[in-house]
Design a protein around this ligand. Structure first.
Ligand SMILES: [Zn+2]
Length: 344
C-alpha cells in the first residue's frame, strides 16, 4: 500500500502591526491529494463561523418568476427526448422526471427535476427524493449509452443546491451529462486509479478506505456498504467522499446502493445546515468496466459566501490557478460530522 498523505508547512514572517511591528512567524499548510497530487491549501481557522442564511426572500422572489420545473407548466415548457431514448418523452421515477437540457453543454445533457416541490429546504431532503432522482439520472445515462455507446461513454450525475452553488433555479434539479470522454477531473481520477492499480496490484479506493478507517483521523462512518471520509486535500470547504466499494459503472449502481448513499448524504447535508453552509455541489463519479482500479464515489462540497447576500467563495486560487482551498480542517470536519450525525 503506497498511499501517502503529503503535508507541507510554510513559514511566513512579517512585522506585526498588532504587536509593535515585532517579527511574527505564521504557518500556512498545503496538502496534496494522495491520488492525483492536486494541491489543496488549508487556511488556519479551526472552525468556520458563518451566519445563518435564510433563503426565504430568494424563494419568494423565485415564486413570482417563471419556473419551468413547477408542475403547472413543466409538461408544456420542458423538452422531450426522441423516442430511442424515451418513447414516453420523459423519464419518470417516483416524483423525479428527467428531461433534456434545453441548453446542452455536452453531447448528452439532461436535467432531473427531483420533485414537484419548488423549494426543498435542507432539512426536508429525504432518502426517497435522492434515490428516485439519481435513479432517473442513471436511467438516462443507461439509455444514452445503449443507443450511442461511443458518444455516451462517460457520464456523471451532479447536484447544485441553491444559488451559491451556481444553480440557476431554486427548484431542485440534477445535471446529468455523458460524452465521448470524461470531464477533466474525472479523467485524472480514472487515469490515476488505473496507474495505482498497475503499480500496486491493488485498488486505491479500497486501500484508502482501509487506511482511513485504521487511522480514524478522517473516517466518518458507513451507511450500508458506503464508506464516508473527509477528503485529506479537499477540493473545497467541507468536502466529503462517499465511496461505494465494488461499484464502477452506470450499470453497477443498485437501488440499495442509492438508498445507502442517500442516507449518508443526508447526514452530511444536516451537518452543513447545522454549520450554516447553505448550499452545496455534489457529483457521482462513474467510469467504464475497462477502467482498472476505479471505484464509483460521490463527492459533496459546501458552498457559502462570507458576506451575506453577495460575494462568492471561489477566488483567483481556484479559477486562475487550479488550487482549491478550505477553511475547515479535514480532521475537524470528520470529527464533527461523526459526532453529530453518524453513529448515533
Ligand atoms: Zn419550480
Amino acid at each position: 500500500m503506497t498511499i501517502v498523505f503529503s503535508r507541507t508547512e510554510n513559514e511566513s514572517v512579517y512585522l506585526d502591526p498588532r504587536n509593535n511591528f515585532e517579527p511574527q512567524t505564521v504557518i500556512s499548510k498545503t496538502r496534496r491529494d494522495p491520488l492525483t497530487g492536486q494541491i489543496s491549501r488549508i487556511f488556519p481557522f479551526r472552525k468556520l463561523m458563518l451566519h445563518q442564511h435564510d433563503w426565504t426572500p430568494f424563494v419568494e422572489e423565485s415564486k413570482q418568476k417563471f419556473c419551468p420545473f413547477c408542475p403547472e407548466v413543466m409538461e408544456q415548457v420542458t423538452p422531450k427526448f426522441p423516442a430511442p431514448i424515451a418513447p414516453e418523452g420523459r423519464i419518470r421515477v417516483g416524483n423525479a422526471v428527467t428531461v433534456p437540457n434545453l441548453n446542452p453543454y455536452e453531447k448528452y445533457a439532461a436535467v432531473v427535476i427531483m420533485t414537484d416541490r419548488h423549494y426543498v429546504p435542507m432539512n426536508a431532503i429525504d432518502t426517497q427524493l435522492i434515490v428516485d432522482s439519481f435513479r432517473a439520472g442513471l436511467t438516462y445515462l443507461q439509455r444514452a449509452a445503449a443507443i450511442d455507446p461511443d458518444g455516451a461513454r462517460y457520464g456523471s450525475i451532479n447536484w447544485n443546491y441553491m444559488p451559491y452553488s451556481g444553480g440557476s433555479l431554486i427548484h431542485p434539479h440534477l445535471q446529468v451529462l455523458a460524452g465521448p470522454e470524461p470531464c477533466t477531473f474525472d479523467n485524472r481520477l480514472i487515469t490515476a486509479s488505473a496507474k495505482y492499480a498497475r503499480d500496486n496490484s491493488s485498488n486505491y479506493w479500497t486501500d484508502l478506505v482501509q487506511k482511513e478507517a485504521v487511522s480514524n483521523e478522517r473516517y466518518i462512518g458507513k451507511t450500508g456498504r458506503v464508506h464516508w471520509l473527509s477528503a485529506f486535500a479537499p477540493r473545497h470547504v467541507g468536502e466529503v467522499l462517499g465511496i461505494m466499494p465494488g461499484r464502477k459503472t452506470i450499470d453497477d449502481i443498485t437501488d440499495q446502493d442509492l438508498s445507502e448513499m442517500a442516507a449518508g448524504l443526508q447526514n452530511v447535508i444536516k451537518y452543513y445546515e447545522s454549520g450554516n453552509i447553505a448550499s452545496f455541489n455534489a457529483a457521482l463519479y462513474l467510469a467504464r468496466q475497462e477502467d482498472e482500479g476505479f471505484t464509483a464515489h460521490l463527492r459533496i462540497v459546501g458552498r457559502f459566501t462570507i458576506f451575506p447576500l453577495a460575494g462568492s467563495d471561489i477566488t483567483h486560487m481556484q479559477i486562475l490557478h487550479d488550487d482549491p482551498w478550505s477553511v475547515i480542517m479535514p480532521e475537524v470536519l470528520a470529527e464533527d460530522i461523526k459526532k453529530m450525525h453518524f453513529n448515533q
